[in-house]
Design a protein around this ligand. Structure first.
Ligand code: EPZ
Length: 420
């Protein structure tokens, strides 16, 4: 089994380039199913999830050519409307194929995406929205079966929760529906805006992405387009916290600071210095001599992102004081706590609250990644811990961080990936 081995308390320095955003590229690759033309995507990160979604598209008959960081897709050959069980179980984002396949072919079948470590991850909002657009959906032991009698029809949809995935699925389905669709209480994440920009480049008519009201006028068909994926704000935030916790000065390049505003504000509140150069698309962090405790409450964008909660908690384990975390998005996103405790962290959990009492030192230990961002949190803690830490279950990290070892080595970390 492969593990990451980190020798802690090593100062970091230099700069690292941020890759294309996982949570933008996955829906955008799926969106290419909406046309039979070729699409070209730039800044596509080498991630396990990108490999998986590419295999899903190929299993449906689409062509996917991926060289360097450029991906060319070809939707002409799409003939199937059923995603294989193993892919849907491997990656929940496979549920995003429902909108495009229903819109283009009027039919889609897929196994019910399971929950994952961080929560049950229901898809009721996706299904209710697709029904409002005219789909007939039934669920049985084989999964979810949806079909529409003719073209989908635009409608008004109110999302009980500003779900990122449901907003994306419904935006894609409505792009080809007949008439106007309004998605109210839509998710406002930058990845939603990036998907809307790709869809509009393909000939869709979408307005309001990035706000809570998205208006879509359906068009008869979409054509190919070229698009560059936005940088990954969560990857960027993870590296900035690695700099802050080791009291180093590091710079991330190819980063849109505006997408990280709530995270940068909290890093500053913790006593570190942040230098933003919008023009150059760089953000630099200078770790503070004293790490001050700050309280974090995760919220839908533009609030503090749930995907940065575990990484920030690792940082707060070294704060001089107590901090309070409230996780409002997922019901079980504190699995990193047990692993941080193995390193000497002092954390109490009460439901969706976690109380972190900073300790003077963390100690290297043998820990395991329980989900993607928990793995990043453990790596951040390991960089500041005394001694050596080994991190297992790396498949979680491989889903969302391109060239993790290479990038951390570039910053001077003593880190290696070994077979154990
Ligand atoms: C996306 O997941 C991201 N994944 C997640 O990133 C991210 O944490 C999440 O959005 C929130 O920002 C991708 O984009 C691939 P949601 P998604 O639908 O779309 C509830 C990472 O680490 N809900 O916004 O699945 C749900 O249970 C991953 O990169 C329903 O109740 O998230 C959750 O409590 C983790 N019914 C809340 O909404 C539904 O039909 C937010 O979920 C859908 C969601």
């Amino acid at each position: 089994m492969e593990k990451i081995v980190v020798s802690g308390q090593q100062k970091l320095s230099g700069e690292v380039a941020i890759s294309g955003a996982k949570n933008a590229v996955l829906p955008i690759i799926v969106a290419t199913l909406l046309t039979e033309d070729q699409c070209t995507l730039y800044d596509v990160p080498h991630l396990a999830d990108v490999q998986t979604i590419s295999e899903v598209l190929q299993s449906l008959g689409a062509g996917v050519n991926y060289h360097g960081h450029t991906m060319v897709t070809d939707g002409a050959g799409v003939s199937k409307t059923e995603a294989p069980y193993e892919y849907v179980q491997k990656m929940r984002a496979s549920v995003l194929i429902m909108g495009p396949l229903l819109a283009r072919f009027g039919k889609v079948n897929l196994s019910m995406p399971g929950g994952c470590a961080i929560g049950t991850r229901p898809i009721d909002l996706h299904l209710k929205g697709l029904e409002l657009l005219g789909a007939t959906i039934h669920i049985d032991e084989d999964g979810v079966h949806a079909e529409s009698d003719g073209r989908l029809k635009g409608n008004d949809i109110f999302l009980r929760v500003p779900s990122v995935g449901a907003t994306e699925n419904l935006m894609m389905a409505a792009s080809l529906a007949e008439g106007r669709t309004r998605i109210e209480n839509a998710a406002e994440e930058p990845e939603i805006v990036d998907l809307a920009n790709m869809l509009n480049a393909m000939g869709a008519d979408i307005r309001g992405a990035g706000t809570s009201m998205i208006r879509i006028n359906g068009v008869p068909c979409l054509h190919g387009a070229a698009h560059t994926i936005i940088p990954d704000r969560i990857e960027a935030g993870s590296y900035l916290l690695a700099g802050a916790i080791t009291k180093s000065r590091i710079k991330v390049t190819n980063c849109i600071a505006e997408h990280l505003r709530p995270v940068l504000d909290k890093i500053i509140e913790s006593g570190a210095e942040v230098i933003v150069n919008e023009e150059a698309m760089t953000v630099e962090v200078i770790g503070g001599e004293h790490i001050l405790p700050v309280d974090i409450k995760t919220m839908p964008y533009p609030g503090f992102p749930t995907d940065m909660q575990s990484q920030f908690m690792a940082y707060m384990c070294m704060a001089e004081g107590a901090s309070h975390f409230t996780e409002t998005i997922f019901e079980n996103r504190f699995m990193h706590v047990d692993e941080l405790r193995k390193m000497g962290a002092n954390i109490q959990i009460d439901g969706k609250n976690a109380f972190v009492n900073g300790v003077p030192a963390l100690y290297g230990a043998d820990v395991k990644a329980t989900d993607l961002r928990a793995g990043a949190a453990l790596l951040i803690a390991a960089l500041a811990a005394q001694g050596e830490t080994t991190i297992g279950q790396l498949h979680h990290l491989d889903r969302g961080y391109e060239d993790l070892i290479g990038k951390f080595r570039q910053l001077g970390a003593k880190i290696q990936r070994v077979e154990m």
